[in-house]
Design a protein around this ligand. Structure first.
Ligand SMILES: *[C@@H]1O[C@H](CO)[C@@H](O)[C@H](O)[C@H]1NC(C)=O
Ligand SMILES: *[C@@H]1O[C@H](CO)[C@@H](O)[C@H](O)[C@H]1NC(C)=O
Ligand SMILES: *[C@@H]1O[C@H](CO)[C@@H](O)[C@H](O)[C@H]1NC(C)=O
Ligand SMILES: *[C@@H]1O[C@H](CO)[C@@H](O)[C@H](O)[C@H]1NC(C)=O
Ligand SMILES: CC(=O)N[C@H]1CO[C@H](CO)[C@@H](O)[C@@H]1O
Length: 410
């Protein structure tokens, strides 16, 4: 490497600075807010949600199909475990105020469907709303939080997405806190996903209330809109961590508008920024190109890294960007992203993107699945097609304990 520190003490102080910086990041999270103590979301959740592809056109047979496809495709073995219903499963409340599932769409009843999904070894999620009605004008949970939470727990629900329509202007944090408390009181750990569309900067207050929080409006199957979701989400990167994640919304990969390059970029950047990886496509008939993207183990590994630090945008020049993130074991992820409509040569010098080059790194291209050897020049670079990414994983050549030795003999 060209920019190897010139002496041993230099290397030590750089390593020390890095450790201090890491401690500061961790303390910052613990200091401002303690995570919701339901034991869930230590890494971002992975699974499937009905909304992007099916909206209100849902039925118990479709849900079973998705669950079976998750198993048959092998995706569950890669970590995808939640099968989440979004809006439109509920129809009314009964005489005692309990929510009732739509009998046309769910003739066997929700409890039976959930048992079916559980029997496959998957987890199950439902949707409701912190208002009078849901966004699709079904009954909401405002005023019924306890009854809803009790019934969800009885049905053995594992995940709740909680929307913000028809909220009557009532205090937002109180409405979300009330449902969080109601879920806690059931004694069943239920992953709690806040969907207030980033309106009141939930990253700054939602960590003790929920396991993830939306940072922007609903995603759309549109390249530029997807980039807006990514950019708004990036602002809050230092607030994510085990137990609570920023949510730029459900994936649109495989929904037939994005090119393969765009799909690869969408998935890679969602993985890097520790976004929930909730698939939004029809799992029954994916093309092999789409399957290859969502089943890339090395990209999924960035997302599920136990350190739980959200990667972020480090450099931006004329439509080319460098995103990077810290991983456990002193490893790093780097994503070179070309937003523009032409191919670009993108260079990421470690010094320019906050990666202390005090040790040489092995570099692996995690889309080519290829080891590229040692980065001797203190940088990675690639020719990146329009709207595409190149993604790398950096692993220190020497474990921390040997680094001093290396620098002494070098
Ligand atoms: C409920 O909250 C308490 C206090 O934070 C926590 O210890 C407990 O694990 C929570 N229970 C569930 C089921 O989330
Ligand atoms: C209302 O629904 C709850 C939960 O499903 C059920 O236990 C109760 O029997 C129902 N009450 C009536 C009056 O149907
Ligand atoms: C999957 O099937 C649905 C419904 O049959 C269809 O609309 C969609 O185009 C299919 N997608 C692919 C990728 O074949
Ligand atoms: C970005 O574009 C501007 C104007 O086209 C140009 O002057 C500048 O050199 C470019 N910067 C880089 C880093 O390519
Ligand atoms: C905005 C823009 O054009 N961005 C880059 C993408 O690729 C082209 C072609 O190499 C570069 O010139 C641009 O800098």
């Amino acid at each position: 490497m060209t920019d190897r520190p010139s002496n041993f003490s230099g290397a030590v102080s750089m390593a020390l600075l890095k450790v201090l910086a890491l401690i500061a990041v961790v303390l910052n999270i613990l200091d401002t807010t303690v995570a919701l103590e339901n034991g869930l979301g230590l890494t971002p959740p992975m699974g499937f949600n009905t909304w992007n592809k099916f909206a209100c056109d849902i039925h118990e047979d479709l849900v079973k199909d998705m669950a079976h496809a998750m198993i048959d495709s092998g995706l569950h073995k890669l970590g995808y475990q939640y099968i989440n219903l979004d809006d439109c499963w509920q129809i009314t409340r009964n005489e005692t105020g309990y929510i009732v599932e739509d009998p046309n769409a769910f003739p066997s009843g929700m409890a039976s469907l959930i048992a079916h999904v559980h029997d496959l070894g998957l987890k199950f999620g439902l949707y409701s709303d912190a208002g009078l009605r849901t966004c699709a004008i079904r009954p909401g949970s405002l005023g019924y939080e306890t009854k809803d939470a009790v019934l969800y727990a009885e049905w053995e629900v594992d995940f709740l997405k909680y929307d913000n329509c028809w909220n009557l202007g009532k205090d937002l944090k109180t409405r979300y806190q009330t449902m969080s408390d109601a879920l806690n009181a059931t004694g069943r750990p239920i992953f709690f996903s806040l969907c207030e569309w980033g309106e009141q900067d939930p990253a700054t207050w939602a960590r003790p209330i929920g396991n993830m929080w939306r940072t922007f409006q609903d995603i759309r199957n549109d390249w530029n809109w997807i980039l807006s979701c990514l950019d708004y989400n990036d602002k809050w990167h230092q607030y994510a961590g085990p137990g609570g994640w920023n949510d730029p919304d459900i994936l649109e990969v495989g929904n037939g508008v994005l090119s393969i390059a765009e799909s690869r970029s969408h998935f890679t950047l969602w993985a890097l920024v520790k976004a929930p990886l909730l698939l939004g496509n029809d799992l029954r008939n994916m093309t092999s190109d789409i399957f290859e993207i969502i089943s890339n183990k090395e990209v999924i590994a960035l997302n599920q890294d136990p350190l739980g630090i959200q990667g972020n945008k480090r450099l931006s020049m004329n439509g080319t960007e460098v995103w990077a993130g810290d991983l456990s074991n002193n490893e790093y992820a780097i994503v070179l992203f070309n937003r523009s409509d032409k191919e670009a040569d993108i260079v990421a010098k470690f010094d320019d993107i906050g990666i202390a080059a005090n040790s040489p790194f092995f570099v692996r291209d995690i889309w080519m699945h290829k080891d590229l050897g040692i980065a001797h020049s203190g940088m990675v670079s690639a020719k990146v097609a329009s709207h595409d990414v190149a993604a790398f994983r950096l692993k220190p050549v020497f474990p921390p304990t040997l680094r001093g030795k290396y620098h002494n003999i070098a």
